[in-house]
Design a protein. Structure first.
Lengths: 110, 113
């Protein structure tokens, strides 16, 4: 069993839709949870990270963590074609090593 | 501001040939450095990380090696490439110590034929 599971998609939505991206994990030692965005043929870039259970909002993006269910989500409001990318969740216990999900391909159609 | 460079951007190599990929970081000192590989449809697999010059930790036993000859230079090497070494290789840096924020380079797409 992988430590971090993420549906690869692709997820296709119309412009303006609310997007929900999710990851599950098996190791309760994970303490920090991150979302990266990766455009085609580029390196990933950090969108946001959170430490505790609950919600964290940044503009159109909301990260949600449910440690009791070992489940994290990223919501994108008012999705735009420029949001089309692969979204990777990542997690960290302690130390400096991240464990990444496989990534979900998102396509926002105009 | 900090910048991370990787080269080459694209590489096609025959099986059995050697490999050298280079990564350099500008605008920061004493960074943690990482090498990842991303296969098609899969997540990022951590290959090596380094917390200082000459200090390399290997995450996955395989056909590759890494070196850090200078503070902001990280090199990924192989003596003999295998078909399974094909993939997208990404270098990343973070500040020294524990950090959630890793900054990635543009990547090198390696095809072994």
């Amino acid at each position: 069993q992988k430590e971090v599971e993420q549906d690869p998609g692709p997820l296709s939505v119309p412009e303006g839709a609310i997007v929900s991206l999710n990851c599950t994990y098996s190791n309760s030692a994970f303490q920090y949870f991150m979302w990266y965005r990766q455009y085609s043929r580029k390196g990933p870039e950090l969108l946001m990270y959170t430490y505790s259970s609950g919600n964290k909002e940044d503009g159109r993006f909301t990260a949600q963590v449910d440690k009791s269910s070992k489940y994290i989500s990223l919501f994108i409001r008012d999705s735009q074609p420029s949001d089309s990318a692969t979204y990777l969740c990542a997690m960290r216990k302690s130390g400096n090593k991240l464990v990444f999900g496989a990534g979900t391909i998102l396509r926002v159609k105009s | 501001s900090q910048t991370i460079h990787q080269w080459p951007a694209t590489l096609v190599q025959p099986v059995g040939s050697p490999l050298s990929l280079e990564c350099t970081v500008e605008g920061t000192s004493n960074p943690n450095l990482y090498w990842y590989r991303q296969a098609a449809g899969r997540g990022l697999q951590l290959l090596f990380y380094s917390v200082g010059i000459g200090q390399i930790s290997s995450e996955v036993p395989q056909n590759l090696s890494a070196s850090r000859p200078q503070d902001r230079q990280f090199i990924l090497s192989s003596k003999k490439l295998l078909l399974s070494d094909s993939g997208f290789y990404l270098c990343a840096w973070s500040v020294l110590g524990d950090s959630n924020e890793q900054y990635f380079g543009p990547g090198t797409r390696l095809t072994v034929t």
